[in-house]
Design a protein around this ligand. Structure first.
Ligand code: CMP
Length: 301
C-alpha cells in the first residue's frame, strides 16, 4: 500500500513514528473484552513475553470477525496475514490432514506465521460458528516497531548523559542504543563484584542499586552510595579489561534493570566510525593535521 511505501522511505524517526501511528488503528471494545484478550495473549507461550505496552496495543488494534461452522480459517502452507483470538466456538487443528487437537474460547492461534514470518504450520477449521478477534501482520509489526523505537529513544536519552559517549555522533549513538542489552536483577543480586574482571559497562535504567566497597580483602564492604536511573558504572571496561573497584548490588524491591554494553560491540561500532573517518580524511586532506589526530584520540580506540 501507499502507506507502507512511505514508511519504508521515511528517513527520520519522527516520520516513522507518524507513519506507525497511522497504521495503528484502534477498535473500541468493552473493558471485559480487553481483559479477556489480554489474558488470552498472556496465556500463549509465544506472546506472553511481550511487554505490557505491546500487549495492550495489540488488544487495542484487534477487531471482531466471525466464521461459520465448517469454514477453513487457516490453511496449512498459506502465507498468513492474521493472528486470531477465539471468543466463542470451537476449532480443529490439523497437520497433513491429521487432527492434532481442538481449541475453544480464550485460545490464540495463527501467531506462528505472524511472529516468525513462516507459512501456516497447520490448518484450522471451524467446528461451530466462531466469534473471533483478529489483528493483521502489518499492524502487529508496526506495534513491534513502535516499541523498538520507544526503547531506542529511551536508551538514547540515557546515553546522552554519559561522558564516554559525549564525542560520538548522533547516528553512532543510535547504533549503540540499538545494541544495548536490557538486563534485570532481583533485589539484592550482585550486578558487579569488587575484584572481578569485567568487560561490560552499565547504565541503570530502572530502580536503584547500591555501591559497597571493601578497603582490603580482610575488610567487610561498606556502603558508599546509591546509583539511580541514568547513572552508570564500569565505563573503564569499554577501553580495557577492568577489575571492578566496588560492588554494585540491586537495592530495589521491584528489581533493577540495567542497559549493558560490552567492549567488543562498543569497539566494533566505534571502529567502523574510525575507519570511515580515516577514509574521509585521506580523501579531504592527504596529510592529516593535528586536529584530526586529536579527533581520532577523542574516539578513544
Ligand atoms: P500458524 O502457523 O500461523 O497457523 C496455524 C496455527 O495453528 C499456528 O500458527 C498455531 O497457532 C496453531 N498450531 C500449530 N500447531 C499446533 C499444535 N500442535 N497444537 C495446537 N495449535 C497448533
Amino acid at each position: 500500500t501507499k502507506r507502507t511505501a512511505i514508511s519504508a522511505e521515511s528517513s527520520t524517526q519522527q516520520n516513522k513514528a507518524k507513519d506507525l501511528r497511522a497504521v495503528l488503528q484502534s477498535y473500541s471494545k468493552s473493558d471485559r473484552t480487553k481483559d479477556f484478550l489480554r489474558d488470552a495473549l498472556l496465556n500463549n507461550d509465544f506472546m506472553k513475553n511481550l511487554e505490557t505496552d505491546q500487549i495492550m496495543s495489540i488488544v487495542d488494534c484487534m477487531y471482531p470477525l466471525e466464521h461459520k461452522v465448517g469454514s477453513l480459517i487457516i490453511k496449512e502452507g498459506d502465507v498468513g496475514n492474521l493472528l486470531y483470538i477465539m471468543e466463542e466456538g470451537t476449532v480443529e487443528v490439523s497437520k497433513l490432514s491429521k487432527v492434532l487437537t481442538t481449541m475453544g474460547p480464550g485460545r490464540v492461534f495463527g501467531e506462528l506465521a505472524i511472529l516468525y514470518n513462516c507459512t501456516r504450520t497447520a490448518s484450522i477449521k471451524a467446528l461451530s460458528n466462531c466469534k473471533l478477534w483478529a489483528i493483521n501482520r502489518q499492524t502487529f509489526q508496526a506495534i513491534m516497531m513502535k516499541a523498538g523505537m520507544q526503547k531506542q529513544a529511551e536508551h538514547l536519552e540515557l546515553m546522552k548523559n554519559i561522558k564516554s559517549f559525549e564525542k560520538l555522533r548522533e547516528d553512532i549513538l543510535s547504533k549503540i542504543a540499538d545494541t544495548l542489552d536490557e538486563v534485570s536483577y532481583a533485589d539484592g543480586e550482585y550486578i558487579v563484584r569488587q575484584g572481578a574482571k569485567g568487560d561490560t559497562f552499565y547504565i541503570v535504567s530502572k530502580g536503584r542499586a547500591q555501591i559497597t566497597e571493601a578497603k582490603s580483602k580482610w575488610d567487610a564492604p561498606v556502603y558508599i552510595r546509591h546509583l539511580e536511573r541514568g547513572e552508570s558504572f564500569g565505563e573503564p571496561a569499554l577501553q580495557s579489561e577492568e577489575t571492578r573497584p566496588f560492588n554494585v548490588i540491586a537495592d530495589d524491591s521491584n528489581g533493577v534493570t540495567c542497559l549493558v554494553l560490552d567492549r567488543q560491540s562498543y569497539r566494533e561500532m566505534i571502529a567502523n566510525e574510525l575507519s570511515r573517518l580515516k577514509r574521509e580524511e585521506s580523501f579531504k586532506y592527504p596529510r592529516r593535521n593535528i586536529d584530526d589526530e586529536r579527533d581520532l584520540k577523542n574516539l578513544r580506540l
